[in-house]
Ligand binder design. Structure first.
Ligand code: PMP
Length: 294
């Protein structure tokens, strides 16, 4: 693991931040999770646009702007790949409010802190990536936008963590989160898709989901492959009526869902459209992206 902190790349074990960092004290900050496939940083521009918008939404000024974030991400990735001798990695880019007073007041934090972590990352075990995940409906709802906008990828992931904890304690792989209206938002840290009567559907982000970059890529790949697709409000019913379901995320990639609350989805195994899009995504991810060596 390699970490960029305070202007240098170091070993993960050596990286330390002060306890008065408001990211640590209050979850006050924003972040991105990114992937490197075949030494290329996947959709770097999209990640930069998203974190810039998130930072603006919460009033954080990124030191050096997104151009410095790009350089930090690439430099950290390069050091990590050199260390491991591998061509794939996961990157976590964090912009915290920075060091300040012990109180919550963000105006006590003069400079935001940039941290980038490069590591191997496996969100789900490989056998689950093949056979599919079991989901349970969480009793935690996604917060509405006027409480904590789920479109802001903030460091405040308590809602996500509690939903995941609840699912794991029930022996499931992940949680399905509904919004305040009882409609489907997403999984704990991934977007959700279903296939019904040949149509690929995912909820609009305004139903309580992050504007996922993997999600957008999958919609584009579906469009290019002639698979009918739509952003549509979904209920739990749509999962039970679906022939296929899957999750998408930078960490998760494209991963099939085989059951919800103990009920199989479709045949309870990865369906043909899921497999087609998984393959298309992998091919696209390995041939696009920003080369980290140039
Ligand atoms: N929703 C949430 C809550 C997430 O944390 C993530 C992971 N970033 C996603 C969806 C998937 O987004 P992306 O494809 O951009 O990683």
């Amino acid at each position: 693991m390699k970490v960029w902190l305070d202007g240098e790349v170091m070993d993960g074990a050596a990286a330390r931040i002060p306890v008065i960092d408001h990211g640590f004290l209050y979850g006050d900050g924003v972040f991105e999770g990114m992937r490197i496939y075949s030494r290329r940083l996947f959709r770097l521009d999209d990640h930069m646009a998203r974190i810039a918008a998130a930072a603006r939404a919460v009033g954080i000024t990124i030191p050096g702007g997104v151009e410095s974030l790009r350089q930090v991400a690439i430099e950290t990735a390069r050091a990590h790949l050199q260390e491991t001798g591998e061509d794939d990695a996961y990157l976590r880019l964090v912009v915290s409010r920075g060091d300040g007073g012990l109180g919550v007041d963000p105006t006590t934090c003069p400079v935001a802190r940039i941290v980038c972590i490069a590591d191997r990352a496996r969100i789900y075990p490989p056998e689950k990536m093949q056979s599919g995940l079991s989901l349970v409906t969480s009793s935690w709802r996604r917060p509405p936008a006027d409480v904590l906008d789920p479109r802001v990828k903030s460091l405040n992931y308590m809602n996500n963590a509690l939903a995941k904890l609840e699912a794991r304690r029930q022996g499931a792989d992940d949680a399905l989160l509904l919004n305040q209206a009882g409609n489907v938002a997403e999984a704990s840290v991934a977007n959700l898709f279903v296939v019904r009567e040949g149509v690929l559907m995912t909820p609009p982000a305004t139903d309580g989901a992050l504007e996922g970059i993997t999600r957008r890529t999958v919609l584009e790949l579906a469009e290019a492959a002639g698979i009918p697709n739509a952003e549509r409000t979904l209920g739990r019913f749509d999962l039970f009526a679906a022939s296929e379901a899957f999750l998408t995320g930078s960490g998760a990639k494209v991963v099939p869902v085989r059951s919800l609350d103990g009920e199989p989805i479709g045949k309870g195994e990865p369906g043909p459209i899921t497999l087609q899009l998984t393959e298309a995504f992998d091919r696209f991810a390995r041939s696009s992206g920003t080369p980290i060596d140039s």
